[in-house]
Every structure is written in C-alpha cells, then in structure tokens.
Design a protein around this ligand. Sequence first.
Ligand SMILES: [Zn+2]
Length: 307
Amino acid sequence: MAEKDGRGGEEYHRAACYANTQVALAAPESPPTIRQPMPELPEVETTLRGVSPHLIRHRITEVIVRDKRLRWPVPDAMHDLEGQRITAGERRAKYMLFHTAKGTLLLHLGMSGSLRIVPPDTPWRKHDHFALTMDTGKQLRLHDPRRFGAALLIEGDPQQHKLLCELGPEPLGPYFTASHLKSACVGKTAAIKLVIMDAHIVVGVGNIYASEALFMAGIDPRKPAGKVSLPRLEKLVAAIREVLAASIEMGGTTLRDFLNEKGEPGYFKQTLRVYDRAGEPCRVCGAKVKKIVLGQRSTFFCPKCQK
Ligand SMILES: [Zn+2]
C-alpha cells in the first residue's frame, strides 16, 4: 500500500477544500464501447507499484504533452516539473500522486487509461497523450483512447484539492470500519450496494467488487442500508477488504509487464463469485445467480445466500 493509505474519516473531512464545487470524474454510466477493462482501485495500485521504481527519487528531464484534451486540459504549468525530482508517490482512491518541490503531479487513468515505461525512442502510439522523460533514460507514457483520464499539477497540499478533499476513507486503511459504515448507513433507505459504491462514504468499491463483497457477506444488494445490522456491516467491511486485497495481490504478478515493449498492463481476473454469472449456479448453494439493475448498474447476487 502507498504510505498515506487510509487517510480519511473525520480527520480527513475537517480539511478545508480549495473550492466547494463538487467535481466528479466522468461517472461510468454508459459502458465503454470498446471492450477494455476500466481501471479500478486494484489496477491503479498495481500500476503505481509498477511505475514507482522508475519515477521516485528520479528527476524529470522533459514533460511532453501531445494532446492536452484529457478529462480536464493538461495545464501549461506542467512544464514547471522539468528539472524536478519526484520525491514520493502515493495513491488516493484512483488518483496517483507524485510529489515534487514544484507541486504534485496527479494522474488518473479514467476509463481506458494505462501507463507504461518505455525507452524514449519507442514509436508513439495513437492515444499516447502525455509523457515524462526521466533522468534514468526511460519515459513514462500515459495512453488513454477515451481521454477520461487526467494529468494535473497541484500546488499546495494535494489532499485538500477539490478532487480529493471530499473523498471517504480508503477501503484498506484504518478509517474504514464497521462503525464508520454504520454511521453512514443510519436512516438511509438507499440500497446497501449504492452506499458502499459512494465515494463520499468509502472510495474504490467499484461495481464488480460491490457485488462480490455483498455475496461474501451474505447481504442482499437491495437491502436498505439503514436496516443492515452492525455485525453484518462488520462482515461486509471484511469482505470488501478481502476482495480488493486479493485483486491487488494478484495484480502483483503482472508487474513485470510494465517493462514489456507491448506495455499493456496485464489486468487480472479474479475468479468471480457472482459477478457476470447470471443464470449460473451459485458456488455455495447451487441456486441460480440473479441479475438486476440497481442505480443503472448491473448487479449480481444469489437469492438464497443473500438476505
Ligand atoms: Zn447461494
């Protein structure tokens, strides 16, 4: 885990925001038209671990902006990073943060982004929009066909930036507990699945992980959040941690791919328990897995195991 994992909770929310305007990244309402997995928290963590040795403690010799039209325009000030040394890297939700004395580089992979490390004479691919040449002689390239990703330069404390300051705690950090979740659920009639996917409550629980964790905890995804007992929320918190940690661990085996010339990060497929298994037998009881739509997102569950 990145060092600052787990920042969140009350302490976190006391921080003042640069702006009250709520900025949301493009919500994945419509599925990508090209079949490509959207980077989720485990992929981002894996990516960070993969690129960090090539960036941290190294100096940026050149900033290359080939197309500034990402989710937000890549700022001209990005060139201020030339000559700067990256002192540390960390992940917050699905943002990667690289710190320098001139500010923090924020990278987000959006819906289709990926990073790779290549020799600078590697031919550019279409959709390689942003790159950093490092004093190691290698280059970091951001590839993003759908351009929902981001490359921003943040001055001051990045945790107080408007993109980060309202985020809930990290799912694998110390502030994401059953009592935190309980206080977020009190009086809520919204389905528990929608609550755990709300980034103000906890970050990084994507659609697949939400279905999987609710199955592991035996909770019906439609159950009103306020009606889930504390012991069951304890199970849910443990399940969310388990499913994300397992994905990150599996991703670790793909790290070597970052040096591969083909450079596609090898996303990993966990053995899914219910997700994408509509009509197939539940792995526990044999009942048919059901698919419903909840908050416009496909939701899979076992009607026998989940109450
Ligand atoms: Zn079952």
